[in-house]
Write a protein that binds this ligand. Structure first.
Ligand code: G6P
Length: 368
């Protein structure tokens, strides 16, 4: 195992640090710079079919469901199609209403999650065209799908999903671009996204340099038994994912919340000891997040802000701040999630948890 770990202490750590490479592999050969488009040969959808969709439905479980929630923003923004996101386990038992002109997307790292597999069958029976966003080549979900996008992220061993998440986001961005360019997205708009995507692997490399700082921050949070993760817009699912990482590997209770919903309940939990991690990149909703953070500050809380380099607007209210490189605002989740992965990892190690084999969890859940 030490050879496979290549100098890292755990697979989770190795896979976090592999992300510049896994992302490059997901993007390889797919970015069309001149056309501002994404080459997705495996999708098997004609331009005519793409123009016939009036709705997208994304299905997944766990971390893949979080990717789906981010993917909704990508597809709604780039392709102008309304997107619904469902937990596969819930969708499969819903009333079987017809899904006309619907593109269903099953997101799964392993391609073997039983609920996702059944949900995609249910979506197809209801009339949807079903494609997969899958890492494991030849897996059940990949075979069940009409076509799809392979992540090519390489095998993910750590039970807590890390590199698959960022690659899923990249694949969903490619999908949004591809659908968008066959609908109303202009070449110029497409190019802007393609250029930003091409720069992402190097930016993740840059972001990974925050590791030492996050290891230090982890020391201050390692004894906490609760944490709140906040975000809005594309950063809300990132908050959910950050909270899930912490729960999975450190067994601390953590909740992800849309920052503005805090006042409708969770704010009651805040006292001086409560870690509050705020995902607040500089984007169109940032000023709103500032007022949400001020509400927390007024009630105590140990505030860690994840923001964009050069943005100092929360420095006065934050106890600690880490910054990721500036990118197209739609793409920030691929960067802001990295510090949250590192934070969860370091907290778990400090707590003496078995990071790669957390209790009660399985890498893929092949039973209902
Ligand atoms: C399990 C894993 C999670 C994963 C989820 C969905 O719960 O522990 O890391 O996100 O299954 O798995 P999938 O392979 O379908 O993405």
């Amino acid at each position: 195992a030490s050879i496979e770990l290549g100098g890292y202490a755990h697979f989770m750590q190795k896979e976090i640090f592999e992300q510049p490479e896994s992302l490059r592999n997901t993007l390889r050969g797919r970015l069309m710079r001149d056309e501002g488009d994404a080459r997705l040969n495996g999708l098997q959808l004609t331009d005519e079919e793409i123009r016939s969709f009036d709705r997208v439905l994304i299905l997944g479980c766990g971390t893949s469901w979080h990717s789906a929630l981010v993917g909704r923003h990508f597809i709604e923004t780039l392709a102008g199609l309304p997107v619904d996101v469902e937990y596969a386990s819930e969708f499969r038992y819903q009333r079987p209403l017809p899904l006309k002109n619907t593109l269903a997307v099953a997101v799964s790292q392993s391609g073997e999650t039983a609920d996702t597999l059944e949900a995609m069958k249910a979506a197809r029976e209801r009339g949807a065209r079903v494609v997969g966003v899958v890492n494991a080549v030849g897996s059940s979900i990949a075979r069940e799908a009409h076509g799809g996008i392979y992540l090519h992220a390489g095998p993910e061993v750590g039970v807590a999903s890390t590199k698959a998440f960022t690659s899923q986001l990249a694949a969903l961005l490619l999908l949004g671009l591809h659908l968008g360019r066959r609908r109303s997205l202009t070449v110029e708009q497409g190019r802007e996204v393609v250029e930003a995507m091409a720069a992402l692997p190097a930016m993740i490399e840059q972001t990974l340099k925050l590791d030492d700082e996050l290891a230090r921050i982890a020391l201050t949070f390692s004894e906490a038994s609760n944490a709140l993760y906040l975000g809005r817009g594309v950063s809300f699912p990132v908050a959910l994912e950050g909270a899930l990482k912490l729960k999975e590997v450190s067994y601390a209770h953590a909740e992800g919340y849309p920052a503005a919903e805090l006042k409708h309940g969770p704010i009651a939990l805040i006292d001086d000891d409560m870690p509050v991690i705020v995902v607040a990149p500089a984007d169109h909703i940032f000023s709103k997040v500032v007022s949400n953070v001020q509400e927390v500050r007024a009630r105590g809380g140990q505030i860690l802000v994840i923001t964009t380099e050069g943005n100092r607007d929360l420095s006065a209210v934050a106890d600690r701040e880490v910054a990721v490189p500036a990118t197209h605002e739609l793409l920030s989740p691929l960067l802001t999630v990295v510090p949250l992965q590192l934070l969860a990892y370091h907290i778990a190690v400090l707590r003496g948890c078995d990071v790669d084999r957390p209790r009660n969890l399985a890498k893929s859940v092949t039973v209902e």
